[in-house]
Structures are given as C-alpha cells and as structure tokens.
Design a protein. Sequence first.
Length: 414
Amino acid sequence: MSADVRPIAEAEIREWIQTVNTGFLTAARVTDSDVDLRAKNGELARTQGAFDTATGRCVATFRSFAQRLTVPGGAAVPSSAVTNVTVLPTHRRQGLLTRMMAADLAAARDRGDVVSTLIAAEFPIYGRYGFGPGSHTAEWEIDVPRTGLDRHRPVPADGGRIDLVDAAEARRVGPALHERRRAMTHGTVDRSAYRWDLVTGLQEVSAQPYREKFFAVYRDADGEVAGLAAYRADDHWSDAKIPQNTVEVTDLIAVTPAAERALWHYLCSIDWVQKVRTGYRAPDDLLPRFLPDPRAARLVTCADFLWVRLLDVVRALGARTYAVPGVLVLEVSDAAGLAGGRYRLDAGTGECTRTREPADLRLDVGSLGSLYLGDESAVRLAALGLVAEERPGAVALADAVFRTARRPWCPDVF
Ligand SMILES: CC(=O)SCCNC(=O)CCNC(=O)[C@H](O)C(C)(C)COP(=O)(O)OP(=O)(O)OC[C@H]1O[C@@H](n2cnc3c(N)ncnc32)[C@H](O)[C@@H]1OP(=O)(O)O
C-alpha cells in the first residue's frame, strides 16, 4: 500500500481527527466543535496526514506545536512538541511514522528549535528517531487512615488558608501559578490557554469528555495564591455503611513546599475519603515525607515520561547550568544526521562549542537526551553500554556534571 504524506488542508480536519480517535482506540464521533477547536488551536502547516493513494483516506496522523521546556538552571528552550501520532492498524509497519517524523524533525531544526519533545505511548517507539527518556513520573495511592495526619484539623497551621473555588476561578488563577512553577522546575513545559480551557471544562473534545472536578486554592499568610489542587471523588460505601471514597487528584500546582504540604493535608482530611490517588507527580516528590508515616503512600506507577530529542547540541547544552565545573568532549552520533558531531562542554562557564579535540565520551543523541535534564546517570548508561569512555574518569565527571539535585519533572500530558 502506498500513501502520500503531507500537511493537511482545513477541509480534511474532520477526517484527520477521526483517524486520531481510531488510532487511539476511541470510537468517539467527531463533532463540529472538535473541528472548530482543532482549526483554531492547531497549526495546519505542522499537522501531517498520510493519505492512501488507492482510497484517498487519511490513514495516519502527526502534529507538532511550539512549546517551551525549562532546563536545569531555569532557562526555557524552544521545543517542537510532538503529539497525536497514529497510524491505522491496517497501515502499520510500513514506514509511515518514520516518514512523518523525518519531515517534522528536519522542519523543527530548520526553524531553530533546540529540542523536540514527546510523551511516548510505548517505550520502544521513539528511540530510533533520536529521542531518549529525559524524565520520569510517579504516582502514589495514599491510605488515608494510615498517614498519621490529624484529619480533624485540615486548616493550614502556617497562617495560610484553603478555599474551594469554581472552575472559572481556577481558570483565572491557574495560569500564573503554573508559569511560576514552570520557571522553578526543570523538565516542565508551558501550558497553553487551550489546554487550560480543557482541564477546567470551558472547552471539551468528544474523545475526552469533561468530568466535573473540585478546585481548592491555597493562599499563604500574606494572601498570595501559592497552590491549586483539582480533584474528583467517587462514591463508595461498604455494606456496613462505612464511607470508602477515593479522591483522584488531576492537578496539584504549588510554588512553595508550605502550599504543597497544606494541599496534601487538606486532601487527606476530607471526611469519607479513605484513599487519595495522587496523579502523576515527580519521582522525588515531597509527598511521602509530608506524611507522619510515609509508607501510607504506596508507589503505584514509576515510568519514563518526557522524551527529549536534541536538535541543536550547542544551544541545548549552553542553555542549562551544571552542578560542578569540568570540561568534557562529547562525540555525539545521530543516525538522522541532525545533531551529530564533536562538542566541547565547559560546565564551569556553561559554554558549548564544536571542537576537533579528542573525545572523552562517545554516545548517541538519544543518550544525550536522557542526560540532558539531569535525570539519568552517565555511570548507569556506561554500564548499559550506551556511553563509551575514551578518557579515564570522564564517565564519573559526566555523571557529576549533568545530574541535578532534584529530578526533572513534567506535570503536563500533551
Ligand atoms: C507522541 C505520541 O503521540 S505517542 C502515540 C503513539 N501512537 C500509538 O501508540 C497509537 C497506536 N500505534 C500506532 O498508531 C503505530 O503503531 C505507531 C504510530 C506507533 C507506529 O507507526 P508505524 O507507521 O507502524 O511505524 P513505522 O512503520 O514507521 O515503524 C518504524 C519502526 O518502528 C517499529 N515500531 C513501530 N511501532 C512500534 C511499537 N509500538 N513497538 C515496537 N516497535 C515499533 C517498527 O517495527 C519499525 O521497525 P523496523 O524498521 O525495524 O521494522
């Protein structure tokens, strides 16, 4: 079967969304509102489709959009975020994703994007295109009675206060809070106005119907908003008429540890609630240690999350800061020919340049993507045979240079 791969036209949006829904195993029918939202919020030039040459039908989809990724030290680099990747089951393993990805990465590099990012549906898909797992995510289930928290005193002890607000108020205060957190958390990406509309129910797409939530805002002792939690609860009672509700947290944005602590305490203090599912958090989240008994928080998910593909090594490595000084010469291989070469990183000055000096380490661009945000250990990659040491001590130095005290975290799904 042959297919043409190209950006879609406006008249093809409906069929393109239907293909996304089918590829993601969602039977939802595409509505006029879905089409309008995609037309307003997607750049058609960056929205690719593959069209079967025999039938003319859209059989594969791919989209990228402009994003900002916070790197260690707090700078934000321009990223091309990849999403809505699907190939119909009838057309898989014929190279369609490979063609769409090649076109998108080349365009992103030509545009001047420093990295490309995505959240992989399955681990084995994207390594071949030069992406590496750059951050991880974790989820806990809290056994509330076991926490040891005093659930009869949910009011913050630090002079702050918590108020329940409606979705419109959450939509109003949320973006500034999210931006503050993005600037202080490497691995975080910006959240668009469109996404804010979706998570607060102001807009809805048929493939992901909105379910009502509660929103709690934390204000510190000075009255400044420093945290927001969005959550839902189910309605379970035992035969003995004992409430056994579970709270599912969909978002908890805090810009101070005090706000974070107060919101978790609040969520664990709601009458009837026996369990709290935290939603995706940082793998080194403070949460378990906020509880008098941290074992009450059982880790239920720990997996790779944000994948990073370096497109411009000089700008990428030059944008972040490093834990310790040191000079490393990296020989980076890139099968796609986009970012390969030999680079000299001076971690003391933060400068990265192309060089002809002998290499200290050899690695491929995906492994550099795994090191980039500070999550992965060079020592571990060397043990796996993914980093080769050309100068004794270079692996240990790379480990010290690249890693960060707190692990990167991307709270947003895109
Ligand atoms: C960022 C996001 O949107 S993540 C969402 C990804 N989409 C999904 O998971 C939806 C369901 N899956 C699909 O739609 C498709 O299988 C895709 C998009 C993952 C792959 O599309 P395809 O057109 O089949 O990929 P393509 O033919 O270009 O495959 C290239 C290579 O990757 C391999 N590959 C592709 N998908 C997978 C997979 N899921 N697991 C393991 N290997 C895979 C292929 O076997 C092939 O390897 P080969 O060259 O050694 O034969």
